[in-house]
Ligand binder design. Structure first.
Ligand code: C2E
Ligand code: MG
Ligand code: MG
Ligand code: MG
Length: 291
């Protein structure tokens, strides 16, 4: 009916535009005080190693609960925080929270937490101070913190980026290339960047195994990661058929709703304790899928 009445459809378009603008401005004005008001929480999503079934790390994903706006998704507020500069303080908060959690005695030895770092944070001098501080706290087990950097936003040519990557390496933290395949210079970046892990973007995995083009792409990325000595993590795995295909094609680890959604820290501890011990090649679906 909207097509028959352009006036009406224009009015509706206009309304949704202003809704979105209001929400954008609401988010922007609430962001700054939200850290002090204790509105953020770090959730953790486990990563499962395919061959052993072990869970030795989790990704920190920020959650925001605001009294007036309710739950705001990071996909909505991270880009705004990046444009206002609030990402600097927010990013430091997430990092220190992850460093605190990773030292909790309730976690298994050597359990690692991966933290998303926005390229916008690379211009933050206080980030290096914080990283140096965390590196001292972890004294020798800096690999317990891994920094996930999104490939599409990474410009290796920039001096700021080079310096930050050098500092991260010097301090001994792990580095993961996030959302792999969504950027422009994926393949060459893998050879230039001193990463430990590549995280293959969910969009290439959704239609696995039926989409033969995606399957060919994924299996060649797995092969290349192996050749370069990198660990490959598949993101956003939701189904057993994806997992089986990834196991057969020698992917190292998976992260996705099939195993667990992001959990609060206490829920992660409970989840880790409740997991049945799996041994050997654990690819029989019964072994894998939580009932
Ligand atoms: P990302 O780093 O690629 O994180 C993976 C996203 O995929 C997370 O969304 C996660 O909840 C979601 N996911 C995981 N498994 C599945 C699955 O099986 N199915 C589906 N549909 N989704 C799955 P989330 O938590 O909403 O975060 C979205 C993005 O926001 C992140 O993408 C990351 O780029 C950014 N982000 C989140 N937390 C932080 C943070 O602390 N700092 C920064 N700079 N960015 C963050
Ligand atoms: Mg990530
Ligand atoms: Mg990702
Ligand atoms: Mg992403």
């Amino acid at each position: 009916e909207a097509a028959k009445d352009p006036g009406n459809s224009f009015a509706r378009y206009d309304a949704s535009m202003s809704d979105r603008l209001n929400r954008w401005m609401g988010i922007r004005s609430q962001l700054q005080q939200a850290i002090h008001a204790d509105e953020f929480t770090v959730y953790l999503q486990p990563k499962v190693e395919i061959q052993s079934g072990n869970v030795t790390s989790a990704e920190a994903l920020i959650r925001w609960q605001n009294p007036t706006m309710g739950i705001v998704s990071p996909a909505d507020f991270i880009p705004i925080a990046e444009s206002t500069g609030d990402i600097m303080a927010l990013g430091r908060w997430v990092l220190s929270e992850a460093a605190r959690l990773v030292q909790d005695p309730g976690l298994p030895d050597q359990f690692a937490i991966a933290v998303n770092v926005s390229v916008k944070q690379f211009g933050d001098p206080r980030l290096i101070d914080l990283l140096a501080d965390i590196s001292r706290q972890l004294e020798g087990s800096q690999r317990k913190i891994e920094l996930e950097i999104t490939e599409s936003a990474l410009m290796l040519e920039s001096i700021e980026v080079k310096r930050m990557l050098r500092d991260i390496e010097r301090l001994g933290f792990g580095v993961a290339l996030d959302d792999f395949g969504t950027g422009y210079s994926s393949l060459s970046y893998l050879t230039q960047l001193n990463a430990d892990t590549v995280k293959l973007d969910k969009s290439f995995l959704d239609e696995i195994p039926v989409n033969t083009k995606h399957a060919a792409f994924v299996s060649s990325v797995i092969h290349m990661a192996k050749t370069l000595g990198l660990k490959l993590v598949a993101e956003g795995v939701e189904r057993v058929d994806q997992l089986e295909w990834l196991a057969l094609n020698q992917c190292d680890a998976v992260q996705g709703y099939l195993f667990s959604r992001p959990l609060s820290f206490p829920d992660l501890l409970t989840w880790l304790e409740g997991r049945p011990k799996v041994t050997g090649l654990a690819v029989t679906p019964g072994n894998w899928v939580p009932a």
